[in-house]
Every structure is written in structure tokens, then in C-alpha cells.
Design a protein around this ligand. Structure first.
Ligand code: BES
Ligand code: ZN
Length: 612
């Protein structure tokens, strides 16, 4: 056994699969998928092969040509992080067929009943595979070190449609004989069913596999961009307005980082329970509806997910221990795109919000310094438990430091060459550093590369941004500590991000009366902008300002984005003498749990179990 990734049973002595062909029969009444996965290897192979699986019932593994069974075994107890170890014995096979069924509790899937959707009439299901959840949809070598191409036949009720982060081939009636034993032919071809076919020709790591099925509509917003969402005209129209500038950003990205290699750049707006702000699924980014605020700030999240088209999707971290290569690079690239389309001030404000987040997370990990490093040891660690701003913002700071050292033109040239050299490969921190040293000779004498990548905390040559607007907001926040509230003329042109920066720079807890006074003036608890609302409510909870607990309840019931759940639940349960808050947190989670995505359920559970 020679593992290549602490989060996977993939074995370095086994061949890596190159192609996956899926037949998926969706059963909404049981929230399960009956499936057949045909997995191909580069050449015929004899011996055991290890795959990852989680909450899958495997019924058979077959030789796809002779249909004879191949021996397989599934570890009896699941590893709490990796799940089940599936071993298949091959003898001169270059492919094998696995027949299985997903569970209603598959960690990558959220099944929404009609009342949980916008239009209330049809069910909806969608995936979130990063970091290690693809294995709960299909057995695979679920490590970003491995890349696969795939095709998928999706069998669904006729009134629904499917989208994937792949090329759509056609929608057509089911054909006899194509179920590949995912289910019986008669069920596959039953009245009222339809098949949607997709292919993904570019090799991707398994965490970028994605689909959604529901009553889905779209609007055209650019030459290579449509925005999709549940088919509700008001949602589609608002989304189309919010993301009208997407093509501009793609062009900026191409100017900075080289050609856009994925052909389409579509957007899918999910129901409010989507656990992230955005997910960079190739060809079709997944987005939370909370970014649609009618003020074009959603563009920042789109800029981020778009930037992953180069950094993350073209060049991928080899394992989650090198996650900063994905997120730090993307945060840097996102800010370059934002700077080009929205100006330097906006970019500086984002850097400032990030700087605050970085400092807060350094505090969060003060007793677990491993996770203040860029390159981390994640043996025995669930990546969902240690998700933080560190890989994003310390990674950003590292690249920004290099940019300052060599100047922007040289850094831009370096980035383009880096992307062209490693595209469609998975790399680690060492490969990045070797490439850096080879292309910028002497850089290691100017910057302590080891301190940056292996050291804990924030290196002394990191940089707090300087811009008028940033300094002004931080100094106003400092004055609040002395009792001065910002005047109306001082905040007249503030948008959500300015308020967010202001609130996040206030002391962790203040007098309850100060909270009410601030809100009486500026109505922050009712802000349509969740970043502002949540930053305010978090402050209200830590200041024990109970007037706002009703609003906290409402918020935790209407969104499932973990960026909002984490701070609110943490503020409720952290610290001593908070019996009322702890009871509230427990009750709210009991009532809302079923509305959250399984990944978010797990994260809230671990926050509560740490403090209750
Ligand atoms: N790839 C991440 C989301 C992610 C990270 C999912 C780790 C699962 C595990 C995505 O690109 C991201 O960073 N989203 C941010 C957007 C923000 C930085 C603009 C988010 O969701 O908040
Ligand atoms: Zn990202």
C-alpha cells in the first residue's frame, strides 16, 4: 500500500483510470441514483486496484465484455474521513463495470423536495464534490492527483432537465439496451422518462464533477455565457442583470493568463442552501443566490470562479495539502481581474477584507499552528474541518510579495509561463518553488521561500494594503471603540463591501446599547447584503444584544452558505455563560438541519460538538 494522498485510498503502484462512462437513473421518490460506472485504464492490468467509495451500495463488478463478475471487496468499517476502501481484482482488464446505488445521504448530493425550491412544484438535486465527496456519487480514485475524462447519460423525469459541467450532447427519449445495467431496461425506458447526454473531453480531477437536475431555465448573457437557475423569471432576470459583465471579465482573464481553454463559461444559480459562495465547476460555475444583490458585487465571486479556469482547473493542487496553489493563486488572479474591470480602489478594498480575514483565522488556529502554514500536513484531517482563509489570503500575500519583488511585468510573464507549462497537470508546492527559482534566478535570496511556504503565522514581509478608502474605514472602526459612530456624510457612498470591512474591524464585542444605536441609524440587521447582515449579527451575538436573535433565526433558516452558518453558530456557542445562546443554537440546528446540504450539516455539527 503506497498512498499518494492522505484523503484517498488511491495507490501509487496501481494504474490511474483515464475515462469514466456513467449511466445514472435518478429516482426522486427515494432520493437515490441507480448507476453503472464503466471505468477505463490506459492499458490492460492484472492485480488489485483501490478505489474510494462513500455511502454506495455496490451490487456487482463485471468484466464489461463478458459480463462475468470480477472479485471485489469493500472495507467493512468506513474510515471517518476517507470512507470505504473498494478493492477490485483485475486480470488482464483494461476496463471494468461497477453497478451500484447511491444513498439518500450521499455527502455530495442535496435532494430538495418541491417545497424547498423557489418554484415549489418540482424537486431539485445538485452536487458539491470538492474536496472529497465525488466518491459518494461514483467509486473513483478520488484524488486531485488523478485526472479523468467522462461521459454521462442521465435518465430523469421528462418535466425536468439536467445541466452538467460538461458539454451537452443531446436530450432524447431513453433507448433500449443503453442502461448498461444501471437498472432494468424496462425501468430505464419507462413512459415519462428522458435522457440527457453529456461528455467531458478535457481531463479533470474528480472534485470538478458536477450536475444539477430540476426545472431549470436560462438567459443568454454573453457569446459563451448563459445563466441558468430554477425556471423562475424573476430569478433568471435578476441573475442575467447581475452577471451581464461576465464576457468582459473572461477577456481580461485571457489577457492576463492566456487562452480560456474550456469553451463555454456558463453560470448556474442554485437554491439558497448551496453551501459555498461559488464553486468553479468547469464550463459551468455554481453560485449561491446570495450574490445576486442588484449592485454588481456578484461580479467578484464570478471573477474568483472564472480565475479558477486557469489556476485550479488547468493547474490543480496534487492534494489538499497544497490547496493554497488553487486558492491563493486564484485569489491573486481574481483581484487582478477585479482591478481591471472595477478599478484599483475596489481591488484594494477586497485585499483589506482579506487581510482582516487572514488575521482572524491566524487567531482561530493559534492552538493548531499547522493550519497557519501554506503547505499543511493533513494526515487524519478532514479538509472540510480546516477550511479557512489561510490558503486564500496567505497564498495571495505570498504571490503579491513576489510581484512586489520582481515588478508586475516580470510577474505577469512568469504567471503566463507557469500556466502554459503545467496546464492539465496536478502539481505540489515543491514543483511550484522549483519552477519559481528556475525562472526568477536569485529569488530565494530576496524572499524567504521556506518561511512563506512551511512557516507558521504571517511572515514579516506580508503587507497590509494601503489605499485611502481602506485606511479611512479602518480608522473609523477604531474610533467606534472610543464611542464615535460614523456620520451620515462619511458613509454616504458606502456599499456592502465598505460596511463589511467596517463591521469586521470593530472590536469582537461591544456594549449592547452601541449595537442598537448603530442599527437604529443604519439598519444593518435588515441589509439585503448577507455579508453585511451576518457581520452585524455576529457582532450582536458576541455583544449579547438579544434583540437581534429573531433576525439570527430567520437568517439561519433562509440560507445554507457555510460562510454565514459558521460565524453565526460559532458566535452562539463559543464562550462561557451562554446557556440561552447554546439552547438557541441547538434548537435552530434541529429545525434547519434538513434544509442544509450534507457538507454544511457536518460542519455545523462539528462546531456544536466542540462547544456543547
Ligand atoms: N473552490 C472554492 C470552494 C470550495 C473550497 C469548495 C473548498 C469546497 C472546498 C471556491 O472557488 C471558493 O473559493 N469560493 C468562495 C468564493 C469567494 C472566495 C469569492 C466562497 O465560496 O466563498
Ligand atoms: Zn476558490
Amino acid at each position: 500500500m503506497a498512498p499518494i494522498d492522505p484523503h484517498s485510498f488511491t495507490d501509487s503502484t496501481h494504474p490511474l483510470a483515464t475515462h469514466l462512462s456513467l449511466s445514472l437513473y435518478f429516482d426522486f421518490s427515494s432520493s437515490t441514483i441507480s448507476a453503472a460506472a464503466l471505468i477505463s485504464l490506459p492499458t490492460a492490468y492484472t492485480g488489485p486496484i483501490s478505489l474510494d467509495a462513500r455511502s454506495l451500495s455496490i451490487t456487482a463488478v463485471l468484466d464489461p465484455i463478458t459480463k462475468t463478475p470480477l472479485p471485489f471487496s469493500l472495507s467493512s468499517e468506513p474510515d471517518p474521513i476517507k470512507g470505504h476502501h473498494l478493492t477490485i481484482s483485475l486480470s488482464k482488464n483494461s476496463s471494468f463495470l461497477i453497478l451500484y446505488r447511491t444513498s439518500p445521504f450521499s455527502s455530495a448530493l442535496q435532494w430538495l423536495s418541491p417545497p424547498q425550491t423557489f418554484n415549489k412544484t418540482s424537486p431539485f438535486v445538485y452536487t458539491q464534490c470538492q474536496s472529497i465527496h465525488a466518491r459518494s456519487i461514483f467509486p473513483c480514485q478520488d484524488t486531485p492527483a488523478a485526472r479523468i475524462c467522462y461521459s454521462a447519460r442521465i435518465n430523469i423525469p421528462r418535466q425536468l432537465s439536467a445541466v452538467m459541467s460538461a458539454r451537452h450532447v443531446e436530450r432524447r427519449p431513453p433507448a433500449s439496451g443503453e442502461a448498461a445495467m444501471a437498472c432494468e431496461d424496462a425501468i430505464w425506458c419507462a413512459e415519462g422518462r428522458v435522457v440527457e447526454e453529456f461528455v467531458m473531453e478535457q481531463p479533470i480531477p474528480p472534485y470538478l464533477f458536477a450536475f444539477a437536475v430540476g426545472e431549470i431555465g436560462y438567459r443568454e448573457v454573453g457569446p459563451r455565457t448563459r445563466v441558468y437557475s430554477e425556471s423562475v423569471p424573476a430569478v433568471l432576470d435578476a441573475a442575467a442583470r447581475e452577471f451581464a459583465g461576465t464576457e468582459d471579465m473572461i477577456r481580461q482573464g485571457e489577457k492576463l493568463f492566456g487562452p480560456y481553454e474550456w469553451e463555454r463559461f456558463d453560470l448556474l444559480v442554485l437554491p439558497p442552501s448551496f453551501p459555498y459562495g461559488g464553486m468553479e465547476n468547469p464550463r459551468m460555475v455554481f453560485l449561491t443566490p446570495t450574490v445576486i444583490k442588484g449592485d454588481a458585487t456578484g461580479a467578484q465571486v464570478v471573477a474568483h470562479e472564472l480565475a479558477h479556469s486557469w489556476t485550479g482547473n488547468l493547474i490543480t493542487n496534487k492534494s489538499n495539502e497544497h490547496f493554497w496553489l488553487n486558492e491563493g493563486f486564484t485569489t491573486y488572479a481574481e483581484r487582478r481581474i477585479v482591478e481591471a474591470v472595477q478599478g484599483e480602489d475596489r481591488a484594494a478594498l477586497n485585499i483589506g477584507i482579506g487581510w482582516k480575514g487572514l488575521n482572524d483565522d491566524m487567531e482561530r488556529f493559534k492552538d493548531n499552528l499547522e493550519f497557519t502554514k501554506l503547505k499543511t500536513n493533513q494526515e487524519g484531517v478532514d479538509p472540510d474541518d480546516v477550511y479557512s482563509q489561510v490558503p486564500y489570503e496567505k497564498g495571495f500575500q505570498f504571490l503579491w510579495r513576489i510581484e512586489r519583488q520582481i515588478g508586475r511585468p516580470a510577474f505577469d510573464e512568469f504567471t503566463k509561463k507557469y500556466i502554459a507549462t503545467f496546464k492539465f497537470q496536478s502539481i505540489d508546492t515543491e514543483m511550484f518553488l522549483n519552477f519559481l527559482k528556475a525562472n526568477i534566478p536569485g529569488i530565494e535570496k530576496e524572499i524567504d521561500l521556506e518561511l512563506w511556504t512551511e512557516g507558521t503565522g504571517i511572515p514579516p514581509d506580508a503587507f497590509e494594503p494601503v489605499s485611502n478608502i481602506y485606511m479611512k474605514i479602518v480608522s473609523l472602526a477604531n474610533e467606534f471603540k472610543l464611542g464615535r459612530m460614523p456620520r451620515e456624510d462619511e458613509v454616504a457612498d458606502w456599499h456592502g463591501q465598505e460596511w463589511e470591512l467596517y463591521l469586521e474591524n470593530l472590536p469582537k464585542s461591544v456594549e449592547a446599547s452601541q449595537i442598537s444605536a448603530l442599527d437604529a441609524h443604519y439598519r444593518l440587521a435588515e441589509s439585503k447584503d448577507y455579508e453585511v447582515k451576518v457581520a452585524f449579527l455576529q457582532l450582536a451575538i458576541s455583544s449579547r444584544c438579544r434583540d437581534y436573535y429573531g433576525e439570527v433565526e430567520k437568517t439561519l433558516k433562509e440560507v445554507g452558505r457555510m460562510k454565514y452558518l459558521r460565524p453565526l453558530y460559532t458566535a452562539l456557542v463559543q464562550g462561557s455563560g451562554k446557556e440561552e445562546e447554546k439552547i438557541l443554537a441547538k434548537r435552530l440546528f434541529a429545525e434547519t438541519r434538513d434544509c442544509y446540504h450534507p457538507i454544511a450539516q457536518g460542519v455545523v455539527e462539528s462546531i456544536l460538538s466542540k462547544h456543547l
